[in-house]
Design a protein around this ligand. Structure first.
Ligand SMILES: O=C(O)CCC(=O)C(=O)O
Length: 342
C-alpha cells in the first residue's frame, strides 16, 4: 500500500472532535504530515503516484513550502483559460440584472448588508473597488477547471496527504487592500490546519495595483488570541485590526521580511493556512488587479458546504478533487459553459 493510501485510510478513521475549550494553536496530532517534525519529503515523493506531468519539481516545491509556507508555480495555467474566466466575469458585470451570484461589497453604504446579489447592485458599484464576487466557480465551468487544475490539486493533495476539497472562491477586479491576516482565523474547516489557498492573477500584477503581500516563514509563528482563541467570531474581544497589528509586529520581531507578489499571468501562488498575508495599498487608482482566489481543505476536514452544514453536499469531481454544488443557487450552477470545450 502506498504511503498516501495508508494516510488516506488513517485519516478516514480519524474523528475530529469539536473543541471544548478555546483553541490557541493547531493540534499537532492533526497537522498535515508535511508540517510535522519528521516529514520525509523525498520518501513521500518517491511513492506519490500523482508526481507526473506536473509543470514543476514537486520535491523542490514541497521543501520550499515546509520552510516558507507558500510556493509560486510559474506558468502553471494556460492564459487562454484565464482570459475565458475574465470574459465570464465581464458577462456578469455587463448583464448583472440576470444573475443572483453573491457579491460582497465592503463600502460604508452597504454596512450591515455587505452580501448582495449581483442583480441588486448598480453597475458602477459592481465594477468599482471594494467588491468580491463570491463562489463564482459554482457558475463558471472554466473557473472550476482553473480552481482544480491538476498542477494545484497534485500539490495540495501532497501537502494534505488526503483528497482535496475546494471550499470557496473570491474574484477581484481591483486590489483588496485587506489588512494582514492568516486564513485559518476566518475560513473555517473542521481541522483548521487543513486549509490552503491559491491566488491566480488574471493579468500581470503591477506593483502599484495593490498587489498581494506576504511574510515568508510566518506560517509557524505563535497564533494571535482574539480573547476567545485563534478564530475570529462574534464573541471575540479583539478585531481584525488588532490581528493585523499583532501579525506585523510579530513578523518584524522575528526578522521575517514582507514580500510583494509581482507574478505574471499564468503563474500562481499557493499559501499555507497560517501564512501571514494581505493586500497592499493601491497606488495608482487606474490599475486593475484581476485575480481569482480559492480556498481548499481535505476530504475529512471539509465535509459539508458552509451554507448547508447539516446536509450532504452534492459533489463534482475534477482531477481527483471535489467541489460542492452551491446548495442555495443550484439553477446558477455551470451557467457559464464556455470552459467545457477548452
Ligand atoms: O487578494 C487579496 O488581496 C487578498 C485575498 C486574501 O487575503 C484571502 O482571500 O485570504
Amino acid at each position: 500500500m502506498s504511503s498516501l493510501t495508508s494516510r488516506l485510510k488513517t485519516a478516514v478513521k480519524r474523528v475530529l472532535q469539536p473543541q471544548s475549550k478555546p483553541l490557541k494553536e493547531f493540534d499537532y496530532k492533526t497537522l498535515p504530515w508535511i508540517d510535522k517534525k519528521d516529514a520525509d519529503i523525498k520518501g513521500f515523493v518517491n511513492h506519490y503516484a500523482r508526481n507526473k506531468n506536473l509543470s514543476y519539481d514537486l520535491a523542490e516545491k514541497l521543501e520550499f513550502w515546509r520552510k516558507n509556507g507558500y510556493v509560486i508555480l510559474e506558468q502553471a495555467i494556460a492564459t487562454e483559460w484565464l482570459d475565458q474566466l475574465w470574459s465570464d466575469v465581464e458577462e456578469l458585470f455587463e448583464h448583472n440584472e440576470k444573475y443572483q451570484i453573491k457579491v460582497q461589497v465592503d463600502l460604508p453604504a452597504y454596512a450591515g448588508q455587505a452580501v448582495q446579489e449581483a442583480r441588486a447592485l448598480p453597475r458602477e458599484v459592481l465594477n468599482g473597488k471594494h467588491i468580491k464576487v463570491m463562489d463564482f466557480h459554482n457558475s463558471s465551468v472554466i473557473a472550476k477547471r482553473i480552481m482544480l487544475h491538476n498542477n494545484i490539486v497534485s500539490f495540495l493533495e501532497a501537502v494534505f496527504g488526503e483528497r482535496v476539497v475546494s471550499m470557496q472562491s473570491l474574484l477581484f477586479k481591483w486590489g483588496s487592500q485587506q489588512a494582514a491576516h492568516q486564513d485559518f482565523a476566518y475560513v473555517v474547516s473542521e481541522n483548521p490546519s487543513h486549509l490552503a489557498a491559491s491566488w491566480i492573477p488574471l493579468e500581470d500584477v503591477h506593483v502599484d495595483s495593490g498587489p498581494l503581500f506576504y511574510y515568508p516563514g510566518s506560517h509557524t509563528n505563535k497564533k494571535f488570541d482574539f480573547g476567545n482563541g485563534m478564530f475570529f467570531n462574534h464573541e471575540s474581544e479583539h478585531d481584525p485590526n488588532d490581528f493585523a497589528k499583532y501579525i506585523e509586529a510579530n513578523c518584524e520581531r522575528l526578522g521575517q521580511k514582507r514580500e510583494t507578489l509581482l507574478i505574471k499571468k499564468g503563474d500562481l501562488l499557493i499559501w499555507h493556512a497560517a501564512l501571514a498575508h494581505g493586500g497592499d495599498a493601491i497606488r495608482n487608482e487606474a490599475l486593475t488587479r484581476k485575480s481569482f482566489v480559492s480556498h481548499y481543505s481535505s476530504i475529512n476536514a471539509y465535509r459539508h458546504h458552509r451554507q448547508a452544514p447539516h446536509g450532504e453536499p452534492i459533489r463534482q469531481t475534477i482531477n481527483g478533487a471535489d467541489l460542492f454544488v452551491h446548495p442555495k443557487l443550484q439553477d446558477h450552477e455551470d451557467i457559464f459553459k464556455a470552459g467545457e470545450n477548452m
